[in-house]
Design a protein around this ligand. Sequence first.
Ligand code: NAD
Length: 493
Amino acid sequence: MVELASLGRTGTVRNYVGGEWTTPDGGEELSTINPATGEELATVPFSSGEDVDDAVRTANEAFREWSELPVEERIQPLFRLKSLLEEHHDELAELLVRDHGKTKAEALGELRRGIENVEVACGIPSMMQSGTLLNAAPDIDESAVRKPLGAFAAITPFNFPGMIPLWFLPYAVATGNSFILKPSEQDPLVPQRLFELIDEAGFPDGVVQLVNGGKDTVNALLDHEGVEGISFVGSTPIAKLVYERAAANGKRVQAQGGAKNHIIVTETADLEFAAEQTVSSACACAGERCLANDVVLIEESVYDEFSELVVAKADEQIVGYGLDEETDIGSLISEDHEATVRNYVQTGVEEGATVLRDGRDVTVEGYEDGNFLGPTVFGDVAEDMVISREEIFGPVLALDSVPSLEDAIERMNGSRFGNAASLFTGRGADARRFRHDAEIGNIGVNVGTSAPMAFFHFGGWKDSFFGDLHAQGEDMIQFYTDKAIYIERWPDA
Ligand code: NAD
């Protein structure tokens, strides 16, 4: 069991509503398990419709007073939260490894990205300003202002439990809204600890809420008339459902979905560097990243050489427990997910792809109950194969050769997803063509994983995203506010 003050002696995940810890009362519950050791960490009860209603009503009651506080006062708890997150960075990272399975270095990096969003939101006094024009008409000055709207909710996935809640929460509250988080039920312990720190940071009661649960909890938020808008991050089928249901209920909604990302390698690339970046992109976090680039299209002339380099780099990866310093690839989130990924590998074999490296036989001494899979590399993966089209969310690479950059771009753009892609090349003209033609939200050149910093928006295209305003940065200010125009005339008496 994990020891957190808010879990109490029973090791039960709690909700945080109106500044108090409460026990969710929906009846259903599950256990959260350390995916490397099989150790049970806590019980996760799900919230009932009444629990959600309570959180939404509390958030709405807190909204007016909070939104009318001077903006400088609204950002003070965020400065305190930033310093608490720094102080507890290491401890949060360890908890993240235990609940999720990624490596400690990845957990520290994830939390760093979360902290950066808190920092950016502290700049709201500048970011929230709109324009004023003197003498827009005779005796009239005209101003545009941004106003907060009410209570917003975010529903987040399992793969970045420390970072993704912070794509939303700091911006929602800094702009003057109140906020409700529904984290993934698979690894809710870092969000739980975040809320202990949020409590310590001193937001007024009711400004931030935590509700735990699953599908029914999400639906209660989507249907509640007291929720102004929904941010969702998760798989594409659920993102689409959430987008449609929240929009049908008249809410603002932004829903980030799944992915199938490509790397293109041209013959002028630094092949050694590109292979190292490719393996890192596909296998870090055990492949459980929406930005993992796992389909690799290689110019024919360098296909054999590059494939060998990829296999050699994959061989160097150490699979193990995330808290062991030498580990490069941690565990997959659950037994079920491990089975799904292994099924995809079997599908690849049956579809006739060439197995260049088989990671299925991995054993991690001392962690025999863990959900591990070694890096698996397929060659000659045709465009229509399942392993070339569907998101696997495990350390599985699909390599194929292409006659030219143009063919590679055409194949990449044929995917229904558009989250991320990277090109490795030594030619500027190739880079320009790629950036211009890619139907993708996050485009990298000689960068393995194109993850935007907090002061830029984060979001994909096509079936990787439903909505218009993305997460992070300036888009969040727009999502959490509506614009109004002030037109006034004060003629001289
Ligand atoms: P998921 O869709 O299973 O769950 C995400 C959230 O939705 C969770 O909070 C869960 O409780 C809730 N949920 C699950 N089923 C639901 C249902 N039927 N109705 C309503 N709510 C439901 O996703 P996951 O497995 O937790 O996360 C992995 C997925 O998230 C991958 O597809 C990954 O690509 C995607 N992801 C996307 C981004 C991005 O920025 N585009 C970032 C991270 C993860």
